[in-house]
Design a protein around this ligand. Structure first.
Ligand code: ZN
Ligand code: ZN
Length: 316
């Protein structure tokens, strides 16, 4: 097998990744706490105390995340009590546009997560009255699309700032017992960026360290953590047994839907700039704009057309 690293431009991959809408989008809403608040909002949570009851977010953190989501025009507060002042938080149009990403979080958690009881067990599409799984489709041709159906053109967008890379603090590789993952996604920003880098063809330690600007000590810990949680497989390289090669697993390939939906939302609704990573759908040749559809009737999904069934059988 030939060494693929010889055939592509690592500097271009580095520039494209660091100025991608994925990297910046994850920075503004990709942290676990923010994801918990957003997923909660789609499940009908409106009030501060209800988020507290549904998640383990500490009070000051919840207040800070709600404020940030209001500033980004994802949530809008409406006063429902004057003394003391109390607000209900509603999703704005821009917030509603995160629905595809939220469906992809649900899909991944149900397939590969620990099936937390805090997430609905089944989703029902009111349009066709069937239980469904969210499926990723191409917005141009309407066909199902997976990671393998796309090709990527890298074109660093100078209007999107460049990331300086990994901060110097030690990575938070939290054991599941330390954090309650109710509602949010169990995978952090850097793990998602590593999945994106592998998708773009970086399979070796030195390549990942270069394109993501992560020092060797921190990267070793991150990769080991991802191998432990079955997000990566590390194996001897076919062409050089002294080299280790990282590849994706079914679980990390399953994160692809979330990655493309989040990157698309960030480019379309937040930064209003095309990403530096431009996927195209091989089958139809068009730029790939992700949509999430019902697996039963194949129609794109709207938040108000979906109802939930909870693990205890209660519907809403
Ligand atoms: Zn297509
Ligand atoms: Zn349907």
């Amino acid at each position: 097998m030939s060494d693929p690293s010889a055939h592509f431009d690592l500097t271009l991959v580095r520039e494209a990744l660091s100025s991608s809408t994925l990297s910046h989008g994850l920075k503004i809403i990709g942290d676990h706490r923010t994801a918990q608040v957003v997923v909660g909002a789609f499940l009908g949570v409106r009030r501060f105390d209800d988020w507290l009851a549904r998640t383990n977010i500490p009070r000051p953190t919840l207040a800070e995340r709600l404020k940030a989501l209001v500033q980004m025009d994802i949530l809008r507060p409406r006063m429902y009590q004057e003394r003391p002042e109390r607000y209900a938080y509603h999703l704005t149009t821009k917030g509603m546009a995160l629905y595809d990403s939220v469906l992809m979080i649900w899909d991944w958690e149900v397939k590969y997560g620990e099936r937390p009881r805090s997430l609905p067990r089944r989703l029902i599409h009111k349009g066709c009255a069937h239980a469904f799984h969210p499926e990723l489709i191409c917005g141009a041709c309407g066909e199902r699309a997976s990671m393998h159906d796309l090709q990527y053109r890298l074109e660093p967008n100078p209007k999107l700032p460049h990331d300086s890379g990994e901060s110097t603090r030690t990575p938070r590789l939290r054991a599941d017992s330390e954090t309650d993952f109710s509602l949010g996604l169990r995978v952090d920003r850097w793990s998602l960026l590593i999945v994106a880098a592998v998708t773009l063809g970086c399979h070796y330690f030195d390549q990942l360290s270069f394109v993501l600007r992560i020092g060797p000590g921190v990267l070793s810990k991150r990769l080991a953590g991802m191998v432990d949680s079955s997000l990566l497989v590390c194996e001897a390289d076919h062409s050089d047994a002294r080299r280790r090669r990282y590849r994706l697993t079914a679980s990390s390939r399953g994160l692809f839907g979330y990655i493309v939906c989040l990157a698309n939302w960030a480019g379309t609704h937040h930064f209003r700039e095309p990403s530096s990573i431009r996927p195209a759908h091989r089958a139809c040749g068009q730029p790939f704009i992700p949509k999430v559809a019902c697996s039963h009737c194949h129609q794109p999904l709207k938040p108000w057309e979906v109802s939930f069934e909870w693990p205890d059988g209660e519907a809403s």
